[in-house]
Structures are given as C-alpha cells and as structure tokens.
Design a protein around this ligand. Structure first.
Ligand SMILES: [Zn+2]
Length: 96
C-alpha cells in the first residue's frame, strides 16, 4: 500500500552517496574516470544504468547480454567495449 509506482525501478543514486557513478559495483573499489554519466549500459532485460567509461567497461565485462546504449557516441562506446574485452568478469574479485 502507498508504494510509489517506480518502487521496482532500481535507484540510480544508490551508490552516488559514495561519490561514484551508478554503474560502479558496490564491491569494486576503483574510483570513477571522467563524467559519471559518460555512457549508459542496457542489460538483457532492458534495464539501464548510467556510468563513467571505466565502470561501464568493468560492469560490461561481467554482465552477460549487456550492451552499450545506442545513443552513446560511437567512439565512447568503442572505448568501453575494447576496455571490457581486456577485463575478466568481476575484475575486482581478483584484485584488478
Ligand atoms: Zn564510475
């Protein structure tokens, strides 16, 4: 009862209080690189999350079926894909 309509939508600001972009995984200790809204990722269910280039690449590496949003400029999207290709999934779990 009295539940807001958007209660099922993840809160983009969930991690913002720690000064990092919404794409930064809670267990990933690395700082952001550049603007916090440099790109948007879309997961296989169509959910979107904005983030810096660094964290978008790190999340993309471990998120099966995810892609960079088509509105992201091609050069930036390529940067994210090429960084993600060099990363293991959940890089922070092995200290990278
Ligand atoms: Zn970030």
């Amino acid at each position: 009862m009295n539940q807001p309509l958007d209660a099922r939508v993840p809160r983009p600001a969930a991690h913002a209080s720690r000064g990092r972009c919404p794409a930064a995984a809670p267990k990933d200790p690395t700082p952001c690189e550049g603007p916090h809204d440099a790109a948007t990722l879309v997961d296989r269910h169509g959910r979107e999350v904005a983030g810096c280039v660094h964290h978008c690449a790190r999340v993309l590496a471990g998120l099966d079926g995810a892609r960079v949003h088509p509105f992201v400029p091609a050069g930036r999207a390529l940067e994210i894909y090429s960084r993600a290709r060099e990363l293991p999934p959940f890089a922070w779990e092995i200290g990278r």
